[in-house]
Write a protein that binds this ligand. Structure first.
Ligand code: SF4
Ligand code: SF4
Length: 303
């Protein structure tokens, strides 16, 4: 029985595609974007979140921990080196100050969850969105999951950054009705600098979708980060590249917001803390929107 690893399932989601959806977040990614908003999706290891503001300092977690990884020091402190992410503390915490991100799922169990909302997909024009992390990191599982959804006549969207060998991408693309496709930086060296990987596959797979006449089923998602993705050169490059494809219609601009707090709750280092970075202003977002609109795209903010 096929098994995958996820960090969350959102039922009744109204983002990440049309209508009411079930969005499944797979754990693990093959990029390392400095601004990642889902750091719990970066790798496949389990994560423990600690929400200090909910903690009532009862100490139950400390008693439950088999690894002596917890101490109370005004707040609960986790020694991440000792923590085996067993989740015993999560089980006993009365306030959900501790939560675990990461669990194995079986295909059939996941399908059972998905099918419970079928009536909502049908009445709202919704479906399932397979997201992450990078869902294609779990290639075989995701392929089977998408196939099963198709058998059930459920609309399936893939939320991907497209960094996968083109021959593999070709094998899987037929199972999806919609692609939420991240496009970050066109210049390859800049892409490597900020994501850790080349963008060659990202570009090639998008070209393939377009060549197969599926550009209308692609929503480009652009994380807008001043001085990193939002530069004059990158915007010109993006407009040029997407216009040449001649089939992409929708662009979603995702303005950057700081997620350092999330990294702290997870006990992970936040790479952007050493970089002078800011959210784009309303004026910049409007300017960006106008540029893409002028080039003929339907532009959406957020989503
Ligand atoms: S997850 Fe397990 S090892 Fe880690 S702090 Fe909680 S109880 Fe201790
Ligand atoms: S069990 Fe939960 S509420 Fe109690 S001290 Fe631990 S983290 Fe805080």
């Amino acid at each position: 029985m096929l098994q995958g690893k996820i960090f969350d399932i959102k039922r009744f989601a109204i983002h990440d595609g049309p209508g009411i959806r079930t969005t499944i977040f797979f754990k693990g990614c093959n990029m390392k974007c400095l601004w990642c908003h889902n750091p719990e999706g970066l790798d496949e290891s389990n994560d423990i979140f600690y929400y200090e503001e909910k903690c009532i300092r009862c100490g139950d977690c400390i008693t439950a921990c088999p690894e002596d990884a917890l101490v109370m020091n005004n707040k609960t402190m986790i020694d991440r080196k000792k923590c085996s992410t067993c989740g015993a503390c999560v089980e006993v915490c009365p306030t959900e100050s501790l939560t675990r991100a990461g669990r194995d799922v079986h295909l059939q169990a996941l399908m059972d969850t998905i099918k419970r909302s079928k009536i909502f997909y049908e009445t709202s024009g919704g479906g399932v969105t397979i997201s992450g992390g990078e869902p294609l990191f779990h290639f075989d599982f995701v392929k089977e999951l998408a196939k099963k959804c198709k058998e059930e006549n459920i609309h399936v969207a893939l939320d991907t950054a497209g960094h996968i060998q083109p021959k593999r991408f070709k094998k899987i693309m037929k199972y999806f009705d919609l692609f939420l496709y991240d496009l970050k930086i066109i210049d390859e060296d800049e892409h490597i600098k900020y994501t850790g990987v080349t963008n060659r596959y990202v570009i090639q797979n998008l070209e393939e979708l377009s060549e197969q006449g599926r550009g209308g089923e692609v929503w480009i998602r652009f994380p807008m980060i001043p001085d990193i993705t939002y530069t004059e050169a990158n915007i010109e490059d993006m407009i040029g590249f997407l216009s040449d494809l001649n089939s992409i219609e929708d662009i979603y601009i995702l303005p950057f917001h700081d997620v350092e707090e999330k990294y702290k709750k997870l006990g992970r280092p936040y790479s952007l803390s050493s970089i002078d970075i800011r959210a784009p202003t309303k004026r910049e977002i409007k300017k960006m929107k106008d540029k893409f609109s002028k080039a003929g795209f339907r532009v959406h903010i957020g989503g």
